[in-house]
Design a protein around this ligand. Structure first.
Ligand code: XLS
Ligand code: NI
Ligand code: NI
Length: 435
């Protein structure tokens, strides 16, 4: 018996009147030489889809999922896995993402917890072979248990640092075993609540040490994919060290680890950091650390990580444009780190949410591909920077002229720059032609 009643969503074209169908996402359709599935690499996440019971700070479980009310935790874990694979089947999503504590219950000791995770991972592996499903990434939950309340790697207690290292090691092993394309680190409680009890210098050093250990272990076990750090400025802690892409870049580059470590950018976290989604993608690409996406949207009024399903096509178009400009995904993909609202209590709401958001992404991909293929926007940007292509100006950028030489040249040639329009409104009008 399956949990859902929905039928598998099919591609029916833009004119379809069905409530549950793809209008734009035609998995095998080629766009700029790649199938839509290969461009978008959609993933479903374990935590919001089957672990979260619909609770909020003011009320508990609204979903009443059977596995949350089972007396056998390991049986419930297998039931969750079954539901995940059914959801992947109904939505045609090829990848999944998980935390160690999402897939299996925590035991009395780390040893027991690891054994639980391994047992369920084996169960998952069998299901993957059947449905040809893949793991986009795994990650360790280093924030839910109360031992992590003051941080994991950045905890003042060295035993917590050690426990965190041990948990990550096992989760990396399991992720590798499942063929995971990446390994993610989100520093949920790597930050502080008050500076009054915090030694920032020590905590930053500890965070850097943990990352160095993880990189070393990745090479040791031959984990092929990158480590992805997921920036977020705050929530749950007041201040998080992995604030945004720029801050994470300074950590990665301090270890010279740009080859091994990239970023997993989440829309909602970008907004919380006071940036746009596309800003974070463009910056990561410019810095050579673009890895993967956690797809959701924030609420522009509330200022929390509301993790809603994203359906805004113009907003997604700008993000997709930056992703295509960055050369698209290699190991990364689009993980729906999104949850249905707590009033959406029907099992099938989860399927509708994913299908609708996938379709919005597909439409955005088509829009962005048209923008790239037309080349009008790029042409206008290139024109703006055209002055830098002369030999003299290239030399200036490459450091071949000193400050005095540049100053002398400006005087001698009577250089007198004339401002040019930034043409923002014309560019914004242009974008609307594609949406
Ligand atoms: C929380 C994060 C989390 C990570 C994985 O805000 O988005 O879900 O993606 O630990
Ligand atoms: Ni996330
Ligand atoms: Ni988040």
């Amino acid at each position: 018996m399956t949990f859902f009643t929905a039928k598998k969503a099919k591609y029916e074209g833009p004119k379809s009147r069905s409530e549950l169908a793809f209008r734009h996402y035609d998995k095998n359709r080629k766009v700029m030489g790649k199938t839509m599935a290969d461009h978008l690499r959609f993933a479903i996440c374990w935590w919001h889809s089957t672990c979260w019971p619909g609770s909020d700070p003011f009320g508990g479980d609204t979903f009443l999922r059977p596995w949350h009310h089972s007396s056998n935790e390991m049986e419930a874990a297998r039931q969750k896995a079954d539901v995940m694979f059914d959801a992947m089947d109904l939505t045609s999503i090829d990848f999944f993402c998980f935390h160690d504590r999402d897939i299996a219950p925590e035991g009395q000791s780390l040893k027991e917890s690891n054994a639980n995770v391994t047992a369920i991972a084996n169960y998952i592996e069998k299901k993957m072979a059947k449905g040809k499903k893949k793991c986009l990434w795994g990650t360790a939950n280093l924030f839910s248990n109360r031992r992590f309340m003051a941080g994991a790697a950045t905890n003042p207690d060295p035993d917590v640092f050690a426990y965190c290292a041990a948990q990550i090691k096992h989760c990396m092993d399991v992720t590798k075993g499942l063929g995971g394309a990446n390994y993610v680190m989100w520093g949920g409680r790597e930050g502080y609540e008050t500076l009054l009890n915090t030694n920032i210098g020590h905590e930053l050093e500890a965070a850097k040490r943990m990352l160095a250990l993880v990189i070393e272990y990745k090479h040791k076990i031959g984990f092929k994919g990158p480590i992805l750090i997921e920036p977020k400025p705050q929530e749950p802690t007041k201040h998080q060290y992995d604030y945004d892409v720029a801050t994470v870049y300074s950590l990665i580059s301090s270890l010279g680890a740009q080859k091994d470590v990239k970023v997993n950018i989440e829309q909602n976290h970008a907004i919380l950091a006071g940036h746009t989604f596309e800003h974070e993608i463009a910056l990561a690409s410019a810095l050579g650390i673009f890895g993967s996406i956690d797809l959701n949207r924030g609420d522009y009024q509330s200022g929390w990580d509301t993790d809603q399903f994203i359906v805004d096509v113009p907003e997604l178009t700008l993000a997709m444009y930056e992703i295509l400009k960055a050369g698209g995904f290699t190991t990364g993909g689009m993980n729906f780190d999104a949850k249905i609202r707590r009033q959406s209590i029907d099992a099938d709401d989860l399927i509708h949410a994913h299908v609708g958001s996938m379709d919005a992404c597909a439409k955005a991909l088509l829009n962005a591909a048209a923008m790239i293929e037309d080349g009008v926007l790029k042409g206008m940007v290139d024109e703006r920077y055209a002055g830098w292509s002369t030999a003299r100006n290239k030399a200036m950028l490459q450091g071949k002229e000193s400050l005095e030489q540049i100053a002398a040249r400006v005087e001698k040639n009577n250089i007198n720059p004339q401002p040019k329009s930034g043409r923002q409104e014309r560019l914004e009008n242009l974008i609307n032609r594609y949406c």
